[in-house]
Design a protein around this ligand. Structure first.
Ligand code: UT7
Length: 332
């Protein structure tokens, strides 16, 4: 028997219905549609509105849809990993709240915090559980309510992010399909350039931290951009080389949707034409942990068994990485 690989067997996504366009943002901060589109590629993003709603309210409908598509019940899930930067609460884990909301009574769950690379890191982690042979149905959900930590008076950050998320189901595969390889990296010195200053143990929330607006995303965009362009392209090229993949061998690049210019640079480095690159940043902006599963969800009908797919991300931490997988279902 071939070794057990972890294969994605279903994918689903969910975005809130409320939309914020670049025109809407023009009324809030000194910006304009032309600048946002040319510098980022973003035209609109979704925002979760409603009292008492959090990231689990984005993740739970995505996971429910995932189960419906695969035709299994929530009780069959062994493990649920939630990748998020905007947990419902600092503790308990949002994964636990999602499991409660969907009725996954037999699952254990926890969160992974790796900013925009969180889904990628979680997928790699989840794969190990499946590859061990002990766990048969593992859900990885990446979701964020970025609007909960956005300063809608700061034009440098509020135009970039959006709310949304998606989920995949991993199951064992002994026919060679599924996750083949991963390269993951992090460098904590990058924390200076992208972080949320207050709310953690270094600076617990006080009246002063709120007054000084320290609970919002802080980003030095240009510096992050430089690291992201290099980091994402380097790691995508490295995973191709390590697996002897040429551009022609690759069906799709699934890139983190932070900036269209970062995605384009990665595709050029890999020698891929734009038709092989999943891009939906124009509609959702940067949903942080949601970007990769939202892409897979939207492109699912165009994915076929055996397709070589590269996922790549770069984000706060810094964290970055790439995963190479062979898609496990779908026929032409
Ligand atoms: O997903 C996690 C990882 N994050 C990323 O990968 C994000 C990486 N960074 C970026 O995507 C880009 O740096 C941004 C989109 C955030 C900013 O684009 P940029 O081309 O790096 O702009 P900049 O910060 O260098 O600003 C250029 C100019 C500045 O004006 P001056 O100083 O040249 O007069 C800014 O004040 O654009 C100005 N500016 C804006 N103008 C209109 C900054 N934000 C805006 C805005 N609208 N929203």
């Amino acid at each position: 028997m071939q070794k057990i690989r972890a294969a994605i067997t279903a994918v689903a996504g969910w975005v809130p219905p409320d939309m914020v366009t670049n025109k809407d943002l023009e009324k809030m901060v000194d910006t304009n549609d032309e600048w946002i589109v040319s510098r980022t590629g973003i035209k609109e993003r979704r925002i979760l509105k409603g009292e008492g709603l959090g990231t689990s309210d984005i993740a739970a409908p995505a996971v429910k849809e995932l189960l419906r598509k695969r035709g299994i019940s929530a009780e069959e899930i062994d493990l649920l990993i939630c990748a998020t930067t905007t947990p419902d609460m600092l503790f308990p884990a949002t994964a636990n709240i999602i499991c409660d909301k969907i009725g996954a009574k037999n699952a254990f769950g926890y969160d992974i915090s790796a900013a925009c690379s969180g889904f990628l890191f979680s997928l790699a982690t989840a794969a190990k559980f499946v590859e061990s042979g002990r766990y048969k149905k593992v859900v990885v959900v990446g979701a964020d309510k970025m609007s909960s930590i956005l300063n809608f008076k700061d034009r440098a950050t509020c135009i970039i992010f959006g709310d949304g998320g998606g989920a995949v189901l991993l199951e064992p595969n002994t026919e060679g399909y599924g996750i083949q390889d991963e390269i993951l990296a992090s460098d904590g010195s990058g924390r200076a350039y992208l972080h949320q200053k207050a709310g953690g143990s270094i600076m617990p929330p006080t009246h002063e931290t709120v007054e000084k607006e320290l609970h919002y995303v802080y980003q030095e965009g240009q510096t992050v951009f430089k690291f992201a362009v290099k980091g994402m392209a380097d790691v995508a090229a490295a995973i191709m080389e390590r697996n002897n993949l040429k551009a022609d061998d690759i069906a799709w690049l699934v890139p983190h949707q932070a900036n269209k210019r970062i995605i384009d640079a990665t595709a050029v480095r890999m020698g891929l034409s734009e038709e092989k690159v999943m891009i939906n940043i124009q509609r959702y902006g940067n949903t942080t942990n949601g970007t990769l599963p939202l892409c897979l969800w939207e492109w699912e009908s165009r994915l076929y068994k055996g397709d070589n797919i590269i996922l790549a991300a770069f984000g706060g931490g810094f964290t970055w990485g790439a995963i190479y997988l062979k898609w496990a279902y779908g026929s032409k």
